[in-house]
Design a protein around this ligand. Structure first.
Ligand SMILES: Cc1cc2nc3c(=O)[nH]c(=O)nc-3n(C[C@H](O)[C@H](O)[C@H](O)COP(=O)(O)OP(=O)(O)OC[C@H]3O[C@@H](n4cnc5c(N)ncnc54)[C@H](O)[C@@H]3O)c2cc1C
Length: 448
């Protein structure tokens, strides 16, 4: 596959129409379905082939491992993931409304090994030695490489008053918290209420909390009449698709409170308390208590713990890793690359973007190992795209697409002037079924 063609031409075409048109364009450009893989043989020890370690087998890590093998002319790739399988966050809000099972969102790593020759190790990485280019596995042993790609996703900041209570799940990493929140919602009694909180940006999946709110709001009307949803948003405004979500909130009778910074929570009593400060500029900073029987508390986010431990958290707020968007190499430590939600790139923290970042990163690493030392320079003009669907009701969805390109003056990824960002006007059942097509294509591109 021609990497440059894939990254730029495919990316632009993909975002010129609805997300499903994106998928069709991909097919017509030979990008989807993934071509029958012919991975280069895995190098044996001592052959001198470059070695890359990838930490984290999520949307970013799985994709970079696969494409390093597809494009890498024999690069030895070891993917280290703490779980046996991956549960997709994308579509996981549909578990809350009973429309998806966790198993339908679960992906394993067998194809990465059998079809592409990725070595997969199940281990919880304890430490990254950024100088020695080694990682410490859970059993205390070390593995070294020529490059390390770090893709650990996100962690959450503490919320005052929450302590170790699990009564206010975030369900923002798909897993046990998702099923817990689903069971809490199912157990709601007549007229009991729900709160969903949204943290300050940047957080994982800008439209995600609003689409979850719409889904819960629609589900409450159908299954729990009399129960109401209140959304407490730390941000000044709705962070994506504001027109669609504003109309949908009104349609579902959802109370939306912006500038709602969480001061503390009290999960102990049966009706739980969320205390917020109104941060409206020029306002009186009023403190208000909100009560509900189910609280979906989505805390403020930061890069997965490994990033700070390794001194890679050099974004302005210290929560994410600054990278060179031509290669995703850390600006703090050479030969260490950071992709996905853990990186600060100017692009949204989204699975589709994580997949795109992974391909730009794979391409840059392959170039670095090619040609005379120190190797070829990265593509100077990468283009990435993002598509996502939002559930507005249990059967209807809207869509949003965006294309980003490298700004060589600002040295960062920026929204491309054309075609830029586009969203559907309203929502439809057709979009809802196209959402499944888009999702299946994205997951196949990352894991199969
Ligand atoms: C409800 C919801 C809906 C969403 N919807 C969309 C959507 O419609 N479209 C979209 O594009 N995005 C969506 N997203 C966002 C998307 O899921 C994330 O942006 C994406 O998963 C980020 O990929 P990642 O690889 O950075 O992190 P992850 O996918 O979280 O993967 C990180 C991996 O690293 C592993 N790991 C972490 N630390 C270690 C360690 N020390 N050792 C070994 N392994 C480790 C973890 O186990 C995990 O498997 C949604 C998110 C949520 C929560």
């Amino acid at each position: 596959m021609d990497r440059r063609y894939f990254l730029s031409v495919g990316g632009v075409l993909l975002a010129t129409a609805s997300p499903l048109a994106l998928a069709d364009e991909k097919k017509s450009n030979g990008v989807r379905p993934t071509p029958t893989p012919t991975p280069a043989p895995t190098p044996s020890p001592g052959t001198g082939k470059p070695r890359v370690i990838v930490i984290g087998g999520g949307m970013a890590g799985a994709t970079v491992a696969k494409y390093l093998r597809l494009w890498g002319n024999g690069i030895a790739v070891t993917l280290i993931e703490r779980e046996s399988s991956y549960v997709s966050n994308i579509m996981s809000s549909l578990v809350l409304s009973g429309q998806r099972t966790m198993s339908s969102l679960t992906y394993n790593y067998s194809k990465l090994t059998s079809a592409y020759g990725v070595t997969v190790i199940k281990s919880d990485i304890q430490e990254i030695d950024t100088t020695g280019l080694r990682v410490k596995l859970a059993d205390g042993s070390y593995l070294s490489a020529d490059r390390i790609v770090v893709a650990p996703g996100i962690d959450f900041e503490d919320v005052p008053g929450l302590g170790t209570s699990t009564r206010m799940p975030h369900a923002w990493k798909a897993g046990p918290q998702t099923t817990l929140l689903a069971s809490q919602l199912a157990a709601l009694q007549p007229n009991q209420n729900v709160i969903l909180t949204i943290p300050l940006s940047p957080y994982r999946c800008p439209p995600g909390p609003y689409e979850r709110a719409c889904l819960i709001g629609d589900w409450l009307k159908a299954k729990k009449p009399g129960s109401k949803l209140t959304v407490l948003d730390a941000n000044a405004v709705i962070q994506a698709e504001a027109d669609n979500f504003t109309k949908a909130f009104a349609m579902h009778g959802i109370t939306y409170v912006p500038y709602a910074e969480i001061v503390s929570v009290d999960p102990a009593s049966s009706v739980m308390k969320v205390t917020i400060r109104d941060t409206t500029p020029g306002g009186a900073e009023t403190i208000t208590d909100h009560y509900a029987s189910v609280v979906n508390l989505i805390p403020r986010q930061k890069a997965g713990k490994l990033i700070a431990d390794a001194g890679l958290n050099n974004s302005a707020d210290g929560r994410f890793a600054n990278v060179n968007p031509l290669s995703y190499e850390s600006t703090a430590k050479p030969k260490i690359h950071v992709i996905g939600d853990a990186a600060a790139t100017g692009q949204p923290k989204a699975g589709h973007i994580a997949n795109q970042e992974a391909k730009v990163c794979a391409d840059a690493i392959v170039r670095a190992f090619t040609g005379p030392a120190p190797g070829l320079a990265p593509d100077p003009a990468p283009v990435t795209n993002s598509a996502c669907y939002s559930t507005i009701t249990m059967t209807q969805a809207s869509w949003l697409t965006a294309v980003y390109q490298y700004d060589s003056i600002l040295k960062k990824m920026a929204v491309a002037p054309v075609p830029g960002i586009a969203a559907s006007v309203g929502w439809s059942t057709g979009n809802f079924s196209q959402m499944n097509t888009w999702f299946n294509a994205l997951m196949a591109d990352s894991f199969a």
